[in-house]
Design a protein around this ligand. Structure first.
Ligand SMILES: [Zn+2]
Length: 702
């Protein structure tokens, strides 16, 4: 202990207590680094040497096993408190800066020590924070200590990162992958484990949804393997029912596609303690090495799966994006966008005449705010129109054009590639030139050499950038189509319409095909339905469809039948018309055979002229009129008609008739009376009766 040190300790210091702060960062250090602990306690002797009685040296060791960087250290807080109220004459600590590994805490302690004139002592000496030089030194010690911690940590992390960049860092593997004795990643030799994982991927590919995969496993009574990393069963192979989150985890893990990754998430300390784990987007992962080891699916399939998952996820989102195709008959399920408000339209079914009919409904706002729905559009007509549009869009001609455009784009891509190569060449040349200039310069002329060196560096950077860009683009550009692929594409033109129209094709398949071709359909209902169809490639088509018919309209008799009835009414009454139409295969609006009553109803509701009026227009006369013309009674007229002596036409099914105007060949009253008399006499003679025959009283309206 120097004399100077003794000068710093005054009577006022000695009146107060000495505090020894003992700490080891981790529990392991507490057990293993006993030497350090011993040294920390040895400081007590120093305090005694400076004049503090041993019983006034108070030891604070409640922070054992707590890292200096942690904020929750009761002992340190107690120390600060005691210093603050002026109970402390000196603070003792091994490498005092380690009292607080956190600079802020340290500086606060120094501040308080300066205010209360408290000394600080470590193995190197004794300091008075009130003294400017001492305080500077202590501050520096604190900063150095923090820097040391940082360096240590970054060296550690750097080592880890280096290993990870090479893909050599061993990270925990998901089930189905294991390390072999040479630390290489291989498929789990357990064939059941392998098959289970393969089956999961296959089921997802087939069903297109994680829920369906879980359902399939449950229905088939299949279990999925798990190897716990912690707990009593650590490392054992357990078989459990498949859960939805596990499917998602498997599908999202690039290791199943044979890719090595590191740094998929970032952890951060929360202000109030605890740790926050944040998943990063793939571009921000530290390392991602494709094809690093064998896997269960190809990289491409892995991407396809993720895309499918994302689309499915949208289905539950606020906007309810495209949902996976379901079994229902609505073709555009999940693809319809409301033309009024821009939200996804949902689907409702109603039953009409025994068939399920879709309605596309936009009602998310309506449900939320208890207001009227935005719009509701019957879907049957739209589905049909879109189907027709697709069939007519996929023709040999359009496919040929598409292939040509593809080739055109490809040739443009190769042109761009050539340009990028040239850029690399040029950058390399310029970098070489800059290097030569630098080499040739006089090293003594620092000013010139510095400028040349900077220039060389800039050129090298430019070269590096150009090279990277070239490589990136080359990796992106796709291969051209082979002849076989071309043939397959063109075959689509004939296959597609056939498959589409085949009644055996399940509706779900039709929907899948539709999704390959269409992005979405925007529907707006006004006097007509406007449908904006957006194809996958970006092409659009606008369709205008009539509003769907109401129930009564759907039951309406076809115009053809009405026209037929109109024509037939000139010649027939209703019952014979019905018989005739049935014979020709016509049916009512409800699809039933016609009868006289139906024809009558149709005639009335379509305002067709009555047969009576038609006959009257054609100059036909009523019974009374004919009777008047001929000067006989109506009864006689009827008798004459029955006997075929007058021509008449029935105007209804009750056989009521109108008469053609009597011509010159019409029967005469006198002649008829004479004949009647004669025949009466004959019959009287035969029967011996006088009563006149009553048959002429019979009316034709029998
Ligand atoms: Zn809407």
């Amino acid at each position: 202990m120097t004399r100077e040190a003794h000068q710093k300790v005054s009577a006022s210091h000695l009146r107060r207590d000495a505090y020894l702060y003992v700490r080891q960062s981790t529990l392991r250090q507490v057990f293993e680094n006993t030497e350090s602990t011993r040294r920390q306690y040895a400081l007590r002797e120093k305090a005694v040497a400076l004049g503090w009685p041993i019983e006034r040296v108070i030891v604070i060791d409640s922070d054992q096993g707590q890292s200096g960087t942690s904020t929750d250290r009761k002992g340190f807080q107690k120390l600060v408190g005691e210093v603050g109220v002026g109970h402390v004459g000196i603070v003792l600590g091994l490498e005092v800066s380690r009292l607080a590994r956190n600079s802020t805490d340290w500086h606060r302690l120094l501040e308080i020590c300066a205010l209360t004139d408290t000394l600080i002592l470590d193995e190197d000496g004794i300091y008075s924070p009130g003294d400017f030089n001492d305080r500077l030194l202590l501050g520096l010690k604190g900063t150095m200590s923090e820097a040391e911690l940082h360096l240590l940590r970054s060296r550690l992390r750097g080592g880890i990162l280096n290993q990870a960049r090479r893909g050599a860092l061993k990270t925990p593997l998901p089930i189905g992958l294991v390390y072999d004795p040479e630390n290489k990643v291989v498929l789990d030799p357990d064939s059941q484990v392998q098959n289970s994982i393969r089956h999961l991927f296959e089921t997802f590919e087939r069903s297109g949804s994680a829920s369906a995969t879980v359902k399939h496993f449950r229905e088939q009574g299949l279990r999925f393997p798990r190897r716990p990393r912690f707990g009593p069963h650590k490392g054992e192979l357990l078989w459990e029912p498949l859960r939805h989150w596990r499917v998602l985890r498997v599908l999202h893990n690039p290791r199943y596609a044979g890719a090595y990754f590191f740094g998929r998430s970032r952890t951060r300390k929360r202000p109030g303690g605890g740790v926050e784990v944040k998943a990063l987007p793939r571009e921000e992962w530290t390392v991602l090495l494709p094809d690093a080891h064998p896997g269960y699916v190809s990289g491409q399939q892995f991407e396809t799966n993720l895309k499918r998952l994302r689309k499915n996820a949208h289905a539950y989102g606020l906007e309810r994006r495209k949902s996976p195709p379901r079994e229902g008959p609505a073709l555009l399920q999940g693809l319809v966008v409301c033309g009024v408000c821009g939200r996804r339209m949902t689907l409702r079914y109603h039953t009409r005449m025994g068939k399920r009919c879709p309605d596309y409904v936009c009602h998310s706002e309506g449900v939320k705010n208890a207001t009227a729905i935005c719009q509701s559009i019957p879907g049957a007509g739209i589905d049909q129109a879109i189907g027709e549009l697709l069939v007519e869009s996929v023709t040999p001609l359009t496919l040929e054009v598409a292939l040509q455009v593809h080739e055109e784009l490809e040739s443009r891509a190769s042109e761009a590639d050539a340009l990028r190569r040239q850029r690399v060449k040029r950058a390399r040349y310029e970098a070489d030139l800059a290097r030569r200039r630098f080499m040739e310069a006089d090293p003594g002329n620092r000013l010139v050499v510095d400028v040349l060196e900077a220039e060389w560096n800039a050129k090298l950077r430019a070269l590096h950038e150009a090279q990277e860009e070239l490589e990136r683009r080359q990796a992106q550009s796709s291969q051209g189509l082979s002849a076989e692929q071309r043939r397959q594409v063109l075959a689509l033109a004939t296959d597609f319409p056939r498959l589409w129209r085949d009644p055996k094709t399940p509706q779900q398949e039709r929907k899948r095909m539709l999704r390959l071709l269409l992005e979405d359909v925007t529907l707006t209902k006004s006097k007509e339905i406007a449908a904006g169809v957006r194809f996958r490639g970006g092409a659009t088509r606008d369709l205008t469809l009539p509003l769907a018919l109401n129930a009564w309209q759907l039951r309406q008799t076809s115009a053809l039948v009405v026209a037929e009835i109109d024509a037939l009414l000139d010649h027939h009454t209703e019952a014979p018309i019905a018989a005739l139409l049935n014979e020709r295969g016509f049916v009512s609006g409800e699809g039933k055979p016609l009868c006289g009553k139906t024809v009558q109803r149709i005639r009335r509701s379509y305002g067709l002229r009555k047969r009576y009026d038609r006959l009257r227009d054609a100059g036909m006369l009523t019974t009374a009129e004919v009777a008047g013309v001929l000067g006989v009674s109506t009864a006689t007229v009827k008798i004459w008609r029955r006997r075929g002596m007058l021509r008449a036409h029935a105007y209804n099914d009750k056989n009521q008739c109108l008469y053609e105007p009597p011509g010159p060949d019409a029967p005469q009253k006198h002649e008829w009376q004479r004949n009647q008399k004669r025949s009466n006499q004959q019959s009287h003679a035969a029967r011996g009766a006088v009563a006149p025959h009553r048959t002429n009283e019979v009316q034709c309206e029998a």
